[in-house]
Ligand binder design. Structure first.
Ligand code: TYD
Length: 209
């Protein structure tokens, strides 16, 4: 995969219900008001084929796929998303705001089966090979986030349905990742009012523009 181009690649990460999609929207509006070309996108999905793969992943029984199969499906969706949406946008100098990226695979599929992290990293290196310039990790108490996530009843609740202990593992996984990649990861306290979170995020992003 080609390099990350001239734009700025931002990913938002966090457990289910942490408020990523709201913050993604607010950040995009803020950057557009500053005159930036902004592409808002999400994973799994963000391109026509990748959205088809998304349906296979987020709907249905929690044990519908083995962790290995999941890693392959997420990676296939990500490759399509990179080719068709992210790389072209970065090449023309846009800011890409991506709701979840490879860190979600490291943490979610790694949390389900810790010994698969090597497989995730190998596949990433071979077929994706790009990291965001900046990763915002929205951190919050899983019981609060889970209540919000399930309240949405979107029909895409396969991962939320894995329960509170799973979400607690995920939170710890994201915090570990922030420690492992301190140059690109910033932890955002997501238990404040949305407008305060948005202000924090805007400050962090503007420093990188
Ligand atoms: P998302 O649409 O971000 O859900 P939410 O808005 O509830 O956070 O992501 C769908 C689900 O897919 C979510 O539970 C996280 C999971 N996921 C993985 O397990 N691995 C991945 O690589 C990605 C991108 C998502």
């Amino acid at each position: 995969m080609a390099g990350a181009g001239q734009g700025l690649f931002i990913s938002l990460e966090g457990i289910d219900g942490a408020g990523k999609s709201t913050q993604s929207r607010l950040l995009a509006a803020h950057l557009r008001a500053l005159g930036r070309d902004v592409v808002e996108t999400r994973e799994p999905g963000g391109a026509v084929g990748a959205e088809d793969i998304r349906k296979l992943l987020v709907e249905g029984d929690p044990d519908r796929w083995s962790p290995e199969t999941e890693i392959l499906l997420f990676s296939a969706a990500r490759r399509d998303h990179m080719e068709r949406t992210i790389t072209p946008a970065l090449d023309r100098g846009a800011v890409v705001i991506c709701d979840r990226f490879a860190d979600s695979t490291r943490v979610y599929q790694g949390a389900a089966r810790g010994d698969l992290r090597g497989l995730v990293d190998d596949i990433h290196a071979r077929v994706i090979g790009v990291e965001p310039d900046l990763t915002l990790i929205l951190d919050m108490d899983p019981s609060l986030a889970l209540a919000r996530g399930l309240a949405r009843k979107s029909g895409e609740d396969r991962f939320e349905d894995m329960g509170l202990p799973f979400q607690e593992k995920l939170r710890a996984g994201f915090l570990d990742l922030a420690r492992a990649f301190p140059e690109r990861c910033v932890i955002i306290d997501a238990m404040q009012p949305p407008e305060d979170i948005a202000r924090n995020i805007a400050r962090v992003v503007e420093a990188r523009l």
